[in-house]
Design a protein around this ligand. Structure first.
Ligand SMILES: NC(=O)c1ccc[n+]([C@@H]2O[C@H](COP(=O)([O-])OP(=O)(O)OC[C@H]3O[C@@H](n4cnc5c(N)ncnc54)[C@H](OP(=O)(O)O)[C@@H]3O)[C@@H](O)[C@H]2O)c1
Ligand SMILES: [Mg+2]
Length: 379
């Protein structure tokens, strides 16, 4: 059956359909679009604005009457717990005392239970712990209590992809990884929208692991926009690559280098900050909402010519070679091993590197620039 016909079946059957990556289909209100997610096997209920895949109602079935527990009430854990509770599920919060997570879970009026109890009682146990400490907590307080039929849920594939956690036989292992911060997972849900998510099934022990994962995705609002089915490996590798090379590492290093180039040449720090850092949001917002070509329609011709003629000199062959090297460190597991070893050794090097980038001229210039705009709100 053609991708278009499989896609059309969504109008008849209220179920997920699989459309292979790189298929092109036409969707009402969305025009023609290509399914081109990185290494994705298929789109699952991807279609914004189509009533019959209001998965928020339908796809919750696999979790109806079941208990979900979130271990670690942090940035993501909180959003998952609140959204799932608002979607009608029974939700427990397993959170150690004495910190921010405990305060948040108390404020949000959750039943706070020990991790062991969550592991024993939850049908869906969502790992909201930091990646670097999840395997220690898992070994001590989760694994001994798991039993066949439960589902262990991850928000990021790190611990499964690199073998730090191996769930016992009979336990489903799935992932729902929203593509953005927990605050957005929550605020979009409250607005009746949803953040897209990647979904993966590592082990289907019960035969309905995909349905459980879809129900979880629906419960946090992700199916209101789109859910891409992928694998733990693809999600983990692409996520680490993105954050290292562009989203976090690439962008901050580019900002620093540009800021320092201007200030070393005698430009005022505030001017350098506005030109090289502050204005980035406007460009990214344009790309985010309408794409790169349209962004170039909105900037001056001078800016667009500077963009296409100079950009490739900044990101040259040497930078591309570094990107490949970083990808191979991710795929070989070298980065994961380095990070876990760093964490276990007390994370001193990590803190030193973070400290080097605080109280810098760049940060002071940023503070002065932000003072000019008291209406800016913290995310
Ligand atoms: N941050 C994001 O928006 C984001 C985006 C995409 C995916 N993810 C993924 O989501 C998962 C959670 O990350 P996060 O950023 O949401 O974590 P986080 O904000 O750092 O929260 C972690 C939670 O786990 C608790 N915790 C930390 N160490 C613990 C330990 N040793 N024993 C018991 N509890 C512990 C913390 O409690 P305390 O408050 O007491 O420290 C906190 O509630 C990760 O897999 C991450 O890759 C996160
Ligand atoms: Mg990440």
């Amino acid at each position: 059956m053609s991708a278009q016909r499989r896609y059309n079946r969504l109008k008849t059957y209220d179920t997920a359909v699989h459309i292979s990556r790189f298929d092109t289909v036409t969707a009402p209100g969305k025009g023609m679009f290509r399914v081109d997610a990185v290494r994705a096997r298929a789109w699952v209920v991807v279609l914004p604005g189509m009533k019959l895949i209001d998965a928020n109602e339908k796809n919750l079935d696999a979790l109806a009457g079941k208990t979900a527990a979130v271990v670690g009430y942090g940035n993501q854990g909180r959003a998952h717990a609140l959204n799932l509770r608002d979607s009608g599920l029974k939700v427990l919060a397993a959170q150690r005392p004495g910190g921010r997570g405990h305060r948040w879970a108390t404020e949000d009026e959750f039943d706070i239970v020990p991790v062991e109890q969550a592991a024993k009682t939850a049908d869906l146990l969502i790992m909201g712990l930091p990646d670097e400490s999840a395997s220690d907590v898992y070994r001590a307080d989760i694994q001994p209590h798991l039993r066949p039929g439960q589902t262990l849920g991850f928000i990021h594939g790190f611990n499964i992809r690199f073998g730090f956690i191996t769930p016992p036989d009979g336990v489903n292992c799935v992932m729902v990884a929203p593509k953005g911060p927990g605050t957005l997972v929550r605020s979009l849900f409250e607005e009746g929208k949803g953040l897209p998510a990647l979904l993966a099934v590592e082990r289907d022990a019960t035969g309905d692991a995909l349905a459980v994962a879809l129900a979880w995705a629906a419960g946090i609002g992700a199916t209101r926009s789109g859910v891409i089915e992928t694998t733990f490996a693809a999600e983990t590798e692409a996520d680490l690559f993105g954050e290292q090379v562009i989203l976090c590492g690439g962008v901050t290093s580019l900002m620093k280098a540009a800021f320092e180039t201007l200030t070393e040449a005698g430009f005022a720090p505030e001017l350098a900050y506005i030109e090289c850092i502050h204005e980035l949001k406007q460009i990214v917002d344009l790309i985010y909402t309408q794409g790169m070509a349209d962004m170039r329609e909105r900037i001056s011709n001078t800016a667009a010519y500077g963009d296409v003629s100079r950009g490739p000199r900044i990101v040259d062959e040497r930078v591309r070679a570094s990107m490949k090297e970083i990808l191979s460190e991710i795929q070989s597991g070298a980065f994961a091993d380095e990070w876990i070893a760093e964490h276990r050794a007390g994370a001193r090097k990590f803190r030193t590197l973070l400290d080097q980038d605080t109280n810098t001229p760049l940060e002071s210039a940023g503070a002065s620039v932000r003072k000019l705009m008291p209406w800016l709100k913290k995310a």
